[in-house]
Design a protein around this ligand. Structure first.
Ligand code: BDR
Ligand code: CA
Length: 316
């Protein structure tokens, strides 16, 4: 029997966010609610996309709450060049006829955390504005949440949106700093691991050739993402940033981790938005995951098992 994990998904749906929803739906995510932030697309578009994807995997009961329309301290910046004008690879999927829920994302995160203290895992796969705002609304949020998994950062390697920074952290560095500093157990699944676990050509072929409706839908929305990676990385592949964060939220034993002291670069220079982890071998590693400024990062994962589970979630 699959164990379930009660979670709040904060997302900016987005092609790989959509793939993370497929992954979670199949592998025991008990989605209590989805909250949506600006990021890949403007927030309302992301919220509508989230409803569409939840409906596609039969999760018609999961409410979607719209959140921040822009970051704390900089202009809105979206990424249609990666995800398509509609955020789902210009796939023109029929829209859900469900409504976006009335209460706002950060308020709802706080309300659910208070109702279910210590029970909920927070999975954040977009910019961290909603989570930062929830931390400001409820100073005890860190104690109310079981653990947090963020897709974000590029510790020890180059970024994607800038030479130093990964997109989710870069989109709202001030909010990301609040998440780093909160005294909770937070894992940052960064580019240092997601870039080394891209789908193989054989994996892609399984999706393309599958007759399962989930695989066919995924293949439709992935074409634009494959084009983007071909242009920028020289390889026709898909980087599974958000599905990997979802996988490690549901099944932490797929990875090995280490604790590091970390901060977000908040200056206005070219390194703004970088997540800096102290990897110096000459410094003692922190021991308390809940200490201020301490995060977990991923050292390694069982990539073969992850890919197999990803393909299984699509019926491929
Ligand atoms: C992250 O940025 C977004 O484009 C993706 O959805 C992912 O969450 C990768 O840097
Ligand atoms: Ca995302």
């Amino acid at each position: 029997m699959t164990m379930t994990t009660a979670l709040i998904l904060d997302c900016d749906t987005g092609i790989d966010d959509a793939l993370a929803i497929f992954y979670g739906a199949h592998h025991g995510a008990d989605f209590r609610l989805c909250t949506v932030t600006h990021g890949n697309v403007p927030v309302e578009r992301g919220a509508r996309n989230t409803l569409t994807l939840l409906d596609a995997v039969g999760l018609h009961h999961v409410p979607v709450h719209q959140g921040a329309a822009r970051p704390f301290a900089q202009e809105l910046h979206t990424a249609e060049y990666v995800h398509g004008d509609d955020g789902l690879g210009n796939s023109e999927l029929p829209e859900s006829n469900r409504h976006i829920s009335g209460s706002l994302a950060a308020a709802e995160i706080v309300a659910q955390a208070r109702l279910h203290p210590g029970e909920l895992v927070l999975v954040a796969i977009g910019p961290l504005t909603n989570i930062g705002m929830a931390l400001l609304l409820e100073p005890k949020l860190a104690q109310l949440i079981k653990r947090v998994v963020v897709m974000g950062g590029a510790v020890g390697i180059q970024g994607n949106i800038s030479p130093a920074a990964e997109a989710n952290v870069w989109h709202d560095p001030e909010a990301a700093q609040l998440v780093v500093d909160a005294e909770w157990d937070v894992l940052f699944v960064g580019l240092e691991i997601t870039l080394s676990t891209v789908l193989t050509p054989a994996g892609l072929a399984r999706i393309e050739n599958s007759t399962d409706p989930r695989a066919q839908l995924a293949w439709k929305i992935m074409a634009h993402y494959l084009d983007f990676h071909e242009k920028t990385m020289g390889v026709r592949t898909a980087v599974l940033h958000d599905p990997l964060a979802m996988a490690l939220a549901l099944e932490p034993e797929l990875g090995r981790y280490k604790l590091v002291n970390a901060y977000v670069e908040l200056g206005q220079g070219p390194s703004r938005g970088a997540l800096v982890g102290d990897l110096r071998a000459t410094r003692p590693a922190p021991v308390d995951p809940r200490a201020k400024g301490v995060i977990r990062i991923v050292e390694s994962i069982d990539a073969e098992a992850f890919h197999e589970k990803f393909l299984e979630a699509l019926g491929a």
